[in-house]
Design a protein around this ligand. Structure first.
Ligand code: MUC
Ligand code: MG
Length: 367
């Protein structure tokens, strides 16, 4: 059960429909496939999505930090010593998705070794999650059409609407158009990716007060310390902290400061080991949780599903599990299938996914 090798393989898969939002745009999934090999011949996998605009990590940087720093720290350790791995990786500040992918690939290898699903090792609460789809920036008509496509084809009825950094009236028109089109058939919430000021956020939320929104996410920067506290106190719906809470300590800080009342857990940035800590903390503090999307491919989505389905709190709300649908292709032998608004856990040990070697050859960008 000892780790013998870690691979960090960059790959690039174009989106058929790029996703635009207040802090950036993703047109090509330039991710890093992480493979952890053991002396038993097991290979655990996960993916690290480079999100320079959120965490400052680039695809080349992720490969470099894994090859030059992290690999030497984990080779030789048994798969069961995940806390030792965590402690060693934590000596280096930052690099959340590189660390998370190593952690999840180790869990995948452990599950395969024990012949048990990771979701069961974590908590085994349910076998499926309800799906929420993120709607990227476009005109109101096109965003409504996108939601219709997701509802008609995949049965999805929860939508996270991207807002911020464009005229507030355009964003509120989109949300109003969605509510008018679907009535009470859909759940809606908004995510600003820090694109508004606190006062713009407050004005926009007041304008949408009749639209029955579930949540507001990261509308303004957490660094606007007093502004954000002021905003959160004024809202009568939970305010989700996302990119402001990349660690459990950040969750504590933001919640105690009154700057958040709910959190997004993203396995892409906290893996399984730190996501467990955040889940337990959230449960202890009585916070609502949404399983968030780091604009993951299918590997990352399967990781979110494994973790989200493991606990009652993380499976209560729809999880953000569908943006891979807008990619032109992916790496898995068995593509994930969303049916009737749900994503079911794939059968099998570990995370339950396998990489297709031909697809990897086609999309890897290091050869
Ligand atoms: C989200 O929930 O914010 C966009 C930027 C990012 O870091 O994640 C995505 C989705
Ligand atoms: Mg967000």
């Amino acid at each position: 059960m000892k780790i013998t090798r870690v691979e960090a393989i960059p790959f690039a898969i174009p989106y058929s429909k790029p996703l635009k939002f207040a802090s950036g745009e993703v047109a090509v999934a330039e991710h890093v496939l992480v493979r952890v090999h053991t002396d038993d011949g097991i290979v655990g996998i996960a993916e690290a999505p480079a999100r320079p605009f959120t965490y400052g990590e680039t695809q080349r940087g992720i490969v470099a930090v894994i090859e030059d720093v992290f690999t030497a720290q984990v080779v030789g350790l048994p798969l069961l010593e995940r806390e030792v791995v965590r402690g060693r990786l934590a000596r280096t500040i930052g690099n959340p998705t590189a660390k998370a992918a190593i952690d999840m690939a180790i869990w995948d290898a452990l599950g395969q070794t024990l012949e048990l699903p990771v979701a069961d090792l974590l908590g085994g609460f349910t076998d499926r999650l309800r799906v929420s789809h993120m709607l990227g920036f476009d005109t109101p008509d096109k965003m409504v059409a996108d939601a219709e496509r997701m509802r008609d084809t995949f049965g999805i009825s929860t939508f996270k609407v991207k807002v911020g950094r464009r005229p507030v009236t355009l964003d509120t028109a989109v949300v109003r158009a969605l509510r008018e089109r679907f009535g009470s058939e859909v759940e809606l919430y908004v995510d600003g990716n820090r694109g508004w000021t606190a006062s713009e956020s407050q004005r926009a939320m007041a304008e949408m007060a009749d639209l029955d929104l579930l949540f507001a996410e990261e509308l303004c920067p957490a660094d606007d310390v007093l502004g954000r506290r002021w905003l959160v106190q004024k809202l009568d719906i939970p305010f989700i902290a996302d990119e402001s809470v990349p660690t459990a300590a950040d969750v504590t800080r933001e919640v105690l400061a009154g700057a958040a009342t709910a959190i997004s857990i993203k396995t892409a940035r906290t893996g399984f080991t730190d996501s467990q800590r955040i889940h337990h903390l959230a449960e202890g503090m009585g916070l609502e949780v949404v399983m968030g999307n780091q604009i993951d491919g299918q590997i990352g989505t399967a990781c979110t599903l494994a973790f989200g389905s493991a606990y009652a709190l993380t499976s209560r709300r729809a999880g953000e599990l569908s943006n891979f649908l807008d990619m032109s292709d992916d790496l898995l032998t068995e593509p994930l299938q969303i049916r009737n608004g749900y994503l079911h856990r794939p059968p099998g040990a570990g995370i339950g996914i396998r990489v297709d070697p031909d697809k990897l050859t086609r999309y890897r960008s290091d050869r």
